[in-house]
Write a protein that binds this ligand. Structure first.
Ligand SMILES: [Fe+2]
Length: 344
């Protein structure tokens, strides 16, 4: 039987050159073409013994286990999981995404929050997330329903209060209690397979919006978020803006379709990234299809190199059905339905 060992071996290094020339383009890099940002250190871990290593952390229905799990041998170890976010009570979109994940035989799903708010099926969506996701983070709309909506526009605030009311009206006391328990215990940060998961940003995990235009209008905001990444975090996965894509620390933002390999991004030890997985239930990039990502991590046991492939997935779903359900609820503004038809 393979011998298991526990280890944690990091080596900070500032000698790792960028492998991806696209990261600095058209002079847009904050410190000029081809230069590294001063003070930024890339990180690399190396196993001290001949093992392949992965981060193992689970939460939800099972027990919580944390640490670096070392597995003896030289074989490349691959793990595939899905990350979803911003479902917003859209059951039709969620069921479509979960069916696609199941079709791919993916067993592990992580949710970055905003399960509820805006949409007409918050109870059904929360129940499905509880049932299928290994971990779910707290989004600002989940927080608004459990605590109080703050700095919400009128439409979002009305939706939050209506969502709270539907939870309170659940006739099954045990189900009602379970939903409130889950909503009240959603974590703000979560680490898995070397990734940091948050709803919004590394700096303000619940509320801060990281927009593509911030790279030009407020680059210090993006850089400050990269500085919040700890050495063990290869990449941070976020949602919140409902716009999928990859932030690099130049800073620069690339939509999935403009990546060197369309709709795919490779996480390496040499390049920090903040990746927005997009929204399942309310996309805002003018693409009406549901959005989520599939991540496949690979650790080569022979040299300890780690990389992960992120695939951005878009899926058509029954939008008309979701829109009609919103129209049927007086407390939900019609705009919350029509925006689904425009992807905004
Ligand atoms: Fe959201």
């Amino acid at each position: 039987m393979a011998t298991l060992a526990w280890l944690c071996a990091y080596e900070l290094s500032n000698s790792c050159p960028r492998k991806r020339g696209h990261a600095i383009r058209n002079g847009m890099g904050a410190f000029g073409p081809g230069t590294r940002r001063p003070g930024l250190t890339a990180w690399r871990w190396r196993p001290s013994i001949d093992v392949s290593v992965r981060r193992v952390t689970s939460w939800g229905t099972g027990a919580r286990v944390g640490g670096w799990c070392a597995v003896a041998g030289n074989a490349t170890m691959a793990t595939t999981f899905a990350i979803i976010s911003d479902i917003h009570g859209n059951l039709e979109a969620l069921e479509t995404v979960l069916a696609d994940i199941q079709r791919r035989s993916i067993k592990e799903i992580f949710c970055l929050g905003d399960v509820v708010g805006y949409g007409a099926s918050p109870r059904e969506c929360l129940d499905l997330v509880i049932e299928t996701c290994a971990a779910t983070l707290c989004g600002n709309h989940d927080q608004a329903v459990f605590y109080e909506p703050c700095s919400f526009n009128i439409s979002a605030e009305r939706a939050a209060y209506w969502t709270r009311q539907t939870f309170e009206e659940e006739p099954n006391a045990a189900v009602r209690k379970r939903r409130w328990e889950v909503l009240g215990r959603l974590p703000y940060r979560y680490e898995v397979y070397g990734l940091l998961l948050v709803h919004a940003s590394p700096r303000r995990p619940v509320n801060e919006y990281l927009f593509a235009e911030d790279c030009y209008t407020n680059p210090s905001k993006i850089l400050a978020n990269f500085e919040r990444l700890e050495p063990q975090h290869m990449t941070c996965m976020v949602g919140h803006t409902h716009v999928p894509g990859v932030f690099l620390d130049d800073p620069y933002f690339e939509p999935p379709g403009e990546l060197p390999q369309a709709n795919r991004y490779t996480i390496t030890e040499d390049e920090k990234a903040i990746i927005n997985v997009g929204s399942v239930g309310q996309p805002r990039d003018r693409d009406v299809r549901a959005s989520y990502v599939v991540v496949t991590t690979n650790t080569d046991g022979s040299n300890g190199e780690y990389h992960a492939e992120v695939e951005f997935v878009r899926l058509e779903y029954d939008i008309d059905k979701a829109v009609k359900k919103i129209f049927a609820v007086a407390e939900l503004d019609d705009f919350l339905g029509t925006r689904l038809l425009d992807g905004r």
